[in-house]
Design a protein around this ligand. Sequence first.
Ligand code: GUN
Ligand code: ZN
Length: 432
Amino acid sequence: MKLLLGDLLDFTDDPSKTGLDAVRYLPDGALLIDDQGRIADRGAASDLQSKVSSSVPVYDYRGKLIIPGMIDTHVHYPQTPMIAAYGEQLLTWLTEHAFPTEEAFADYDHAAGVAETFLNELVRNGTTTALVFGTVHPQSVDAFFDKAQERNLRMICGKVMMDRNCPDALKDTAETSYAESKALIDKWHGKDRLQYAVTPRFAPTSTPEQLDACKRLLEEYPTVYMHTHTSENKKECEWVGELFPESSDYIDVYQQAGLLRRRSVLAHGIHLCDRELHALADHKCALAHCPTSNLFIGSGLFPLKRIREHNIHVGMGTDVGAGTSFSMLQTYNEAYKVQQLQGEKLSAYEGLYLATLGGARALDLEGTIGQLETGCEADLVVLDPEATDLMRFRMQHLRSEDVHEKLFALMMLGDDRAIRATWIMGENQHNR
Ligand code: GUN
Ligand code: ZN
C-alpha cells in the first residue's frame, strides 16, 4: 500500500455534455494504492490518513494536482527521429520524410533504441497509454512491446499493413500482412498490459484484398483494435475517390471493407460529410483529434462541434512525427486555438477530459484507466502549476480561486516541465 496526497482532479463524464457536474475536484485529497498497482480508495487526505496504518508510505504532493495518466490516441513511434521536418503537406511529407525514416525499422536494434527514446518522452510528458503505429516490419512491433513491457506500460501497437503506393522496402502483401499480424496478435495481445491494433496505414496504401485481410483478422480476434487514418488532407481525399470508385466516400471504403466497429480508431477526420459521421457513430468508432499535426502539415481544422453533435467518441492524439509535441498539454493548447479559429471554445476541463476519460472511452478502456477511481489502474500524473518562472508569476495573478482559471493557464503554458511525477501501475517512474 501507498498513499499519495494532493489536489485530485478527474472526470466522471464529458463536461461538454453534462457541464461542471462532470468535473470532480477534491483539494487536499488522497489516493490509496494497493500492492497490485490499483487505486484502492480515494477521499479527503485527513480521512484516508486516519484510516491507514502509519507504516504506509506517504508521497506528499500537496499544492499540486493529481490527475489520471494522459492518453495519446494516435502517435507513430518510428517517426520520432524525424519530428519537425520542414516544408511539406501530407502526401509529399510521407514520401520525403516519413517513408525514408521508417525503412530503418527493418533492424530490431534500431527499432528498440527508438522505442526506448519514445517511451521516455511519453512518460516525461505524463502520457501513460498510447495507441501507436509501428512500421511494416513485424520486428518494429516486437521491439516496441519489449520496451513497453519492461516498463509495465499499458500500450496498444500494431504492424503497418501497406501493399501499394509506397517504396518497395516498405511493402507487404495481403497474405504476408495477414500472417505477420496474426502471429503478432497471438504473441502480444493481452500479454501484461499490451494490446494489438490491426493497422492498415490508410486507404491509399492498401488494396481491397489487403483490407479484406484486415477484416478477417478483426473477425478472428474480436478484442483487437483497428487503427488507421482518414480524411486528413484534401488531396488525400481526392486520391481515395480515384482509387476506390465504387465507394461513395472515404469512410465508405472502410465501411464496405467491414473495418468499422467499437475499437476502430481513425486519426483526423477533418473533411468528413454527414453521411460519414453517421456511419462512424452507428459503428461506435472513435476519431483521434491531432491538432499540432493538422496545423503543422496544413491539413485543416477539426470540426469538433459537428463531431460531438453526432455523438462520436473523440480522443486527442499527438500524431508525432507530423505532430510537433509529445505533450498532451501542448496538444490541448493547439486544440484550443483550432476551436477559436472556428468561433468555438474548448475549456480546459473539456481538454483535460479528452486527454484522460475521453481518451479511455475512445479506446474502450473506461473503468481500467482514465479516472482516479477505485479499481482503476494507478497510472497517475502530478502536475505542478508553478513549474516555470512564468507559470509561477501567472499563478500569482489569477483573478479568482476558480480551478478552471488555474488549470487553463497551466495547460496553455505547461509542457514536460509541468509534469512533476508520473506513476505507472502504482510505481513512480518519473520525477522532475
Ligand atoms: N496518413 C497516412 N500515413 C500517415 C502518417 O504517417 N502520418 C499522418 N499524419 N498521416 C498519415
Ligand atoms: Zn498519423
